[in-house]
Write a protein that binds this ligand. Structure first.
Ligand code: KG4
Ligand code: ZN
Length: 338
């Protein structure tokens, strides 16, 4: 890299789970953000099959990267920086993106930055709102993670709590699978719950024994399966809609309980909700209502940026680069599953 030239274009790659994504990102915004979902491949199994996921990434990454460049109207020769998700995620899937990014960065002799997937999710709302005031309290809810973070300032992530068992999205997916409603479960439940009576079914939830901000969703899953069995619920039952509305409401309530508690202790200036489950309208509404009750602004990415996408990876990579510029391709950069 010539020393004087300021980097202008960054190519980001994200393959941590079952979306193959590539984005061309400038310091002040996204030029392209291609997301290719593998939902159809995993749907028959009711969950992501890791081996199938990594094989599919291998098949599609070339095309996804080419498409991101085409949509941005740039060529590989013009890319100044590369960024890739290092983890956490499925190790086989992560390695596909990492190897691809390393190959490109090494060939074109450009710097390569590794990015944490969860920190990237928290970056997503910044793509649509430049001015999010710190300190920030961020709730990240996805198929693999449910975590609460406090960010005193940009790039400082203090993990307050995370799930001790299932992630919230996983809980939705498992209950949908049990009822044979389809995969991924979250969006199906949201669609089928619309107009249902959310107070019809009561879920008795086991209380967490310790203080702190950890979550637990396996108890809620068990409670849901018990109600399904006791009431003989199935995909065509007349009370299905009420059950799903009650379940969705309970998941939202369980998530917000910790946010509420943390608001009292940490006094943030802004709230962020992110991750795949943040696509859920009921959760988005409840979250914003909670913030509004404290006079705080809530930032929830548009649905497309809640899903795994390379745009958020690129945006975070820029912030990291500007804070600590790197000039080499680190070929030792490794993937971490958790
Ligand atoms: O962040 P994401 O795309 O991938 C992971 O990193 O896990 O999140 C996927 C999760 C799945 O559990 C899916 O059921 C859930 O997000 N999800 C939703 C909705 N759309 C996706 N959950 C509730 N309501 C939705 N509309
Ligand atoms: Zn994710």
């Amino acid at each position: 890299m010539t020393r004087k030239k300021k980097p202008r274009l960054l190519l980001a790659i994200e393959t941590s789970c079952d979306e193959t994504s590539a984005a061309v990102v400038k310091q002040d915004g996204i030029l392209s953000n291609i997301i290719l979902s593998q939902d159809e491949i995993h749907s028959p199994y009711g969950g992501v099959v890791p081996e199938l996921a990594s094989r599919q990434h291998i098949k599609t990454i070339d095309y996804v990267v080419a498409e991101s460049l085409a949509q941005a109207g740039v060529s590989l020769k013009e890319i100044d920086l590369y960024a890739v998700t290092q983890g956490p995620g499925l190790i086989g899937s992560l390695l596909v993106g990492l190897a691809f990014a390393k190959g490109l960065a090494y060939y074109f002799k450009k710097p390569l930055l590794g990015v944490d997937h969860l920190e990237a999710h928290i970056e997503a709302p910044f793509l649509e709102n430049e001015r999010i005031e710190f300190p920030v309290l961020a709730l990240l809810v996805s198929g693999g993670h449910t975590s609460l973070y406090f960010l005193e300032k940009p790039l400082s992530y203090r993990l307050l709590g995370k799930t001790r068992d299932d992630a919230a999205g996983e809980c939705l997916d498992k209950v949908a699978k049990f009822l044979q409603l389809g995969y991924p479960g979250g969006p199906v439940i949201e669609r089928l719950a619309r107009g249902g009576d959310s107070s019809r079914f009561h879920f008795s939830l086991p209380r967490m024994k310790t203080a702190g901000y950890d979550f637990s969703f396996s108890g809620l899953k068990t409670a849901a399966l018990k109600i399904i069995r006791e009431n003989g619920l199935n995909a065509s039952h007349r009370l299905l809609r009420d059950f799903l509305a009650s379940f969705e409401e309970t998941v939202a309530r369980a998530l917000l309980e910790n946010v509420h508690k943390a608001l009292e202790e940490f006094h943030p200036a802004s709230l962020i909700l992110c991750g795949g489950v943040a696509r859920n309208t009921r959760l988005r509404t409840r979250f914003s209502e909670l913030g509004a009750g404290y006079g705080l602004p809530s930032f929830v990415p548009s649905p497309r940026l809640c899903t795994d996408n390379a745009g958020m990876v690129g945006a975070l990579a820029w912030k990291k680069y500007l804070a600590a510029p790197v000039s080499t391709t680190d070929l030792d950069l490794d993937a971490y599953p958790r």
